[in-house]
Write a protein that binds this ligand. Structure first.
Ligand SMILES: Cc1ncc(COP(=O)(O)O)c(C=O)c1O
Length: 384
């Protein structure tokens, strides 16, 4: 009993599986984590619903596929899979630092930007600390914070956008971290440079600001706060980017963080030594060299979003304009029901019920024919 109290750990109820696990003592903060629910793979949905040729607009992926140059680079790297990867990702670090015009020492790669969210939390948070998370936003921040034993402090969005003033008003001596998803997933709204500047100036420098820019490449609004522009003056800032979205490499798992070298060094100490696989490094290098593909993707997404906005406007369906490659649609009825009906029509979307918007769905822009499939399915459901 004594040991339990000292560790503030309690044994879980004696379920069969835990008996099997020799009654491991699991910290409360781990027991309390709800697992992240990913979008179902296309193949699984098709099998489950007995449908074929479905379209997936649920995970904000690149509808064009991976860049051909990334695929070619991966093919070459396959023949060296018997070797461990370059743990320091030298070539990728060099090329990306040139591309972004930032110091090499400011960069760190992760097994997706997901891993960097976890590493930042692990490095900077401990039980008793608080991390501010606007709500709703990307679900991994809460999981990463809870996994450290720190306390997530949730703040509602205002008009579907992150409320920087409310965040400042909620900072306490315990606050160690703030998450800013920009553009915000799932609302697609942005934080603007002028308000972000004032926010950083008002925030105590002991509070780390994690800016997640997974969708930065799609932003059209010139007022957008690009986190990297603020790095020289604000060493408490970490900017996260990914190759999963605009670069089309979600399955490969590679993302990166840009931050003060001292902070990057801290994360290098605790990351697994080979967290960016050799195929991921090769693919990212190939993708980076294919800016033409990136431009093609961005144009396709912008055209698709505009086309979808216009079509929804014609139908009198409300939507939330977005700066990312996805947006929210007010379906005016249960989003879970619409989600199910769409699945049966072969269109996979995301219900926003678990994000606190029970009558909204989220879709990403797809290929023109995929967008048309979605509109057709929506029309069918609305006339039922
Ligand atoms: C805001 C945001 N950040 C991070 C990620 C994860 O990106 P990665 O594939 O690099 O782990 C996602 C994926 O959906 C996201 O929406």
């Amino acid at each position: 009993m004594k040991a339990k109290r000292r560790d503030s750990r309690l044994s879980l109820p004696l379920t069969k599986s835990l008996l099997f696990m020799f009654r491991l003592l699991v910290p409360h903060h781990i027991q309390n984590i709800d697992p992240y629910v990913t979008g179902k793979p296309l193949e699984e949905v098709e099998r489950e619903y007995g449908i074929a040729d479905s379209v997936k607009l649920a995970s904000n992926e690149n509808p064009l596929g991976p860049s051909p140059k990334a695929m070619a680079a991966i093919e070459v790297a396959v023949s060296r899979l018997n070797r461990y990867p370059d743990g320091a990702a030298h070539e990728l670090t060099r090329r990306l630092s040139l591309h972004l015009d930032i110091p090499v020492a400011s960069l760190i790669f992760g097994n997706g930007s997901d891993e960097l969210i976890g590493l930042l939390s692990m490095a900077l948070l401990q039980p008793g600390d608080e991390a501010i998370i606007p709500q709703p936003t990307f679900l991994m921040y809460e999981i990463a914070v809870r996994a450290t034993g720190a306390t997530p402090v949730f703040l509602p969005l205002r008009d579907m956008a992150i409320d920087l003033d409310a965040i400042l008003g909620r900072v306490t001596p315990e606050t160690r971290m703030v998450f800013i998803c920009n553009p915000n997933n799932p609302t697609g709204t942005i934080v603007e440079a002028h308000s972000f500047r004032s926010f950083l100036e008002a925030l105590p420098p002991s509070v780390a600001v994690v800016v997640d820019e997974a969708y930065a490449e799609f932003v059209r609004d010139a007022a957008y706060a690009r986190g990297m522009a603020f790095l020289p003056e604000h060493r408490n800032l970490a900017v996260l980017r990914t190759f999963s979205k605009a670069y089309g490499l979600a399955g490969l798992r590679i993302g990166y963080g840009v931050m003060a070298p001292e902070l990057a060094e801290l994360l290098h100490r605790i990351r697994p030594p080979f967290n960016a696989s050799s195929l991921a490094q090769a693919g990212a290098l190939g993708a980076l060299s294919d800016q033409e593909f990136l431009q093609k993707t961005v144009k396709l997404v912008h055209d698709g979003m505009d086309e979808l906005y216009a079509a929804l406007g014609d139908r009198g369906v409300r939507y939330i304009p977005s700066q990312a490659n996805f947006f929210l649609i007010d379906v005016g009825q249960s989003a879970d029901v619409v989600f199910e009906k769409m699945l049966r029509l072969g269109v996979i979307v995301r219900s926003m019920t678990s994000y606190g918007y029970p009558e909204f769905i989220r879709i990403n822009a797809g290929l023109p024919e995929e967008n048309q499939r979605f509109l057709k399915a929506l029309d069918t459901i609305r006339t039922e």
